[in-house]
Design a protein around this ligand. Structure first.
Ligand code: DCC
Length: 247
C-alpha cells in the first residue's frame, strides 16, 4: 500500500489542478446526483428499518446487485475536481459535502461571490452552508454524533480559508459543543478565515439550528511549505500597494 497522500493516481488527479481542464460542476449528469441521493436514502432506511430477516435478506441481495452494476467501470482515483458556478474548485468525492459521495452529509455551500484568489492578499470571507443530517448521523439519543458535527465544521472552516486565499490542511480543530445538534432539522453552518501567521491560517465557525448555536469551532490550517514559498514569490513579484502588508 502506498504511503498516505502519495498514491500516484491521486497525484495524477492533483496534476489536473495545475495543468488540466477542470470540468464545470454542471457537467455532472442528473443521474449521478440522483444515485447519490438514492444511496443516502438507502442508508437512512437501513438505519431505521424494522422489517423482518427475510426482507432484509432480499434487500441485501438487491444492494449487492447494484454494487456489482456500479463496479463495472471505476475511476482510478477518488479525487475528482470540478468548478462550481461561483468559481471555486471542489473535490466531488470528499467526505464533507462531496456531491458524488453519499457518505458526505447533505451539506450545500451557498455561492461564495467574493472569494480571494489563492495566494493573493488574504481577506476574511464569510462562507455559509445549509445542511440537514439524518438518523444515519445520530450519536446519543435525538442528537447528531459529535464526530459528524466536527466534520461539518472542519470542512466549512477549510472552505473559508480557501475562500480567503490561504488554503491549507487542517492541523488542529477545537470544537465546543454548546447544545444538541439535531438531525432532520435544517442547520446553518458558518465559517470565516480570521488571520494568519506564516504558513498557518486561523478560522472560526459555528453551527446553528433554528437560530441557536449548537457548536463552535476554531481551526488552524497549515499550507505546505512549497505552496507558501510560491505565494511569497508571487507577492514579491506584484507591484507594491501603498499600504503593503506581509504576503
Ligand atoms: C482544491 C479543492 C479541494 C476542496 C476539498 C475541500 C477540503 C476541505 C478541507 C477539509 C480539511 C481537511 O480535511 S485536511 C485533511 C486532514 N488534515 C491532514 O491530513 C493534515 C495532516 N498533517 C500534515 O499533513 C502536516 O502536519 C501539515 C502539512 C499540516 C504540517 O506539516 P509541516 O509542513 O511539516 O509543518 P509543521 O512544521 O509541523 O508545522 C508548521 C507550523 O504549524 C504549527 N502547527 C502545527 N500543528 C498545529 C496545531 N495543531 N495548532 C497550532 N499550530 C500548529 C507548527 O507549530 C508550525 O508553526 P511555526 O513553527 O511555523 O510557527
Amino acid at each position: 500500500m502506498a504511503e498516505p497522500g502519495t498514491d500516484t493516481d491521486d497525484f495524477a488527479a492533483l496534476e489536473q489542478l495545475i495543468v488540466g481542464e477542470i470540468p464545470d460542476v454542471t457537467s455532472i449528469p442528473d443521474e449521478a446526483l440522483d444515485l447519490v441521493e438514492q444511496v443516502r436514502d438507502l442508508v437512512e432506511a437501513t438505519v431505521l428499518t424494522d422489517v423482518g430477516a427475510d426482507v432484509r435478506s432480499a434487500a441485501a441481495g438487491l444492494v449487492a446487485q447494484a454494487t456489482e452494476l456500479l463496479k463495472a467501470a471505476t475511476h482510478p482515483s477518488a479525487v475528482r475536481f470540478a468548478r462550481t458556478p461561483d468559481g471555486r474548485i471542489d473535490q466531488l468525492a470528499q467526505a464533507g459535502s462531496g456531491m458524488l459521495n453519499p457518505q458526505a452529509p447533505r451539506m450545500v455551500i451557498r455561492p461564495v461571490l467574493d472569494a480571494v484568489d489563492v495566494g493573493a492578499e488574504p481577506r476574511s470571507v464569510e462562507v455559509v452552508a445549509d445542511c440537514v443530517l439524518t438518523a444515519a448521523h445520530s450519536g446519543p439519543p435525538g442528537r447528531a454524533h459529535g464526530g459528524v458535527v466536527a466534520t461539518l465544521l472542519d470542512h466549512l472552516l477549510g472552505i473559508a480559508t480557501s475562500a480567503a486565499g490561504r488554503p491549507g490542511f487542517t492541523a488542529g480543530l477545537e470544537i465546543r459543543y454548546r447544545d444538541a445538534t439535531p438531525y432532520d432539522v435544517p442547520l446553518e453552518v458558518r465559517a470565516r478565515w480570521t488571520h494568519r501567521d506564516g504558513r498557518k491560517s486561523f478560522a472560526t465557525g459555528e453551527i446553528l439550528a433554528q437560530g441557536r448555536v449548537t457548536a463552535e469551532a476554531t481551526g488552524v490550517f497549515v499550507a505546505p511549505r512549497d505552496m507558501q514559498a510560491r505565494w511569497q514569490r508571487d507577492a514579491e513579484a506584484r507591484p507594491e500597494p501603498a499600504d503593503a502588508g506581509q504576503a
